[in-house]
Design a protein around this ligand. Structure first.
Ligand SMILES: C[S@@+](CC[C@H](N)C(=O)[O-])C[C@H]1O[C@@H](n2cnc3c(N)ncnc32)[C@H](O)[C@@H]1O
Length: 221
């Protein structure tokens, strides 16, 4: 099956990741955005990876590969990186070159061109707030990623919400601008919808909130 070409809105969610912006990403994302706007402690996200990453891991929406570089990786670690953006893939693969890395260019809103039920774990960190639609619509990403994970395996990630969570003053200024540009696409994203979509798929799941960021982790049934 050939994937349909991504829409302009989907492209907008990954357009900012370029060879000259990626070297700045860690500083902007983790020292500015996480502290000032998302108000999530970065060590909480590292701990999320530590709890869930397995020896055969799939990361979807890779950015710079920061969390896989900093988390407690398994011995003989195999990592598959999937992203729509070729620059993110190249940057993260270079950073994680000490592992057994495979890259796949793919839109997470479409079924991923990977074997079904073949990974022990999969992350989609800070991805959902970059893709268009409400949480109900973008929850198809959960299905596409979970399809690649073995039953009993782990699926996890974080996403920034705007409804049903405390959004600070700085974020209330920044988020509309970022949403207008399509860098973030979370104007309708609510905690209630995320809880509903997780519960509909994963009987065993945990959802925690830090600032306006939701961290989720689940067992694939
Ligand atoms: C905010 S970065 C998150 C990077 C990393 N996971 C982290 O936690 O720092 C979002 C990543 O998702 C990718 N992305 C955006 N939309 C996507 C889509 N529809 N399908 C696959 N990847 C996408 C971007 O290219 C970028 O690498």
């Amino acid at each position: 099956m050939t994937a349909s070409p991504p829409s302009d809105q989907v492209r907008a969610g990954q357009a900012i990741y370029l060879p000259w912006t990626l070297p700045l990403y860690d500083r902007v994302a983790f020292q500015v955005n996480c502290r000032l706007f998302f108000r999530v402690p970065v060590p909480e996200v590292v701990a999320l990876f530590d709890r869930n990453v397995s020896a055969q891991h799939l990361d979807v929406g890779v950015g710079t590969g920061y969390f896989l570089d900093h988390c407690r990786t398994a011995p003989q670690q195999a990592i598959t990186l999937a992203d729509l953006n070729e620059h993110s893939l190249r940057h993260a693969a270079r950073r994680l070159a000490r592992f057994d890395v495979t890259t796949v260019q793919a839109n997470a809103l479409e079924p991923l061109p990977l074997p079904e039920a073949s990974f022990g774990s999969a992350s989609m960190n800070f991805l959902l707030h970059c893709v268009p639609g409400s949480i109900r619509q973008k929850a198809v990403v959960l299905d596409n990623v979970a399809a690649c994970v073995r039953p009993g395996g782990r699926i996890f990630g974080a996403t920034v919400l705007t409804q049903g969570v405390p959004v600070g003053a700085a974020a209330r200024v920044a988020f509309p601008l970022l949403n207008r540009r399509g860098v973030m696409q979370n104007a309708e994203d609510s905690l209630e919808d995320l809880r509903t979509e997780l519960a509909a798929r994963f009987p065993e799941h945990t959802l925690t909130v830090h600032g306006c960021t939701a961290l989720f982790e689940a067992e694939v049934p």
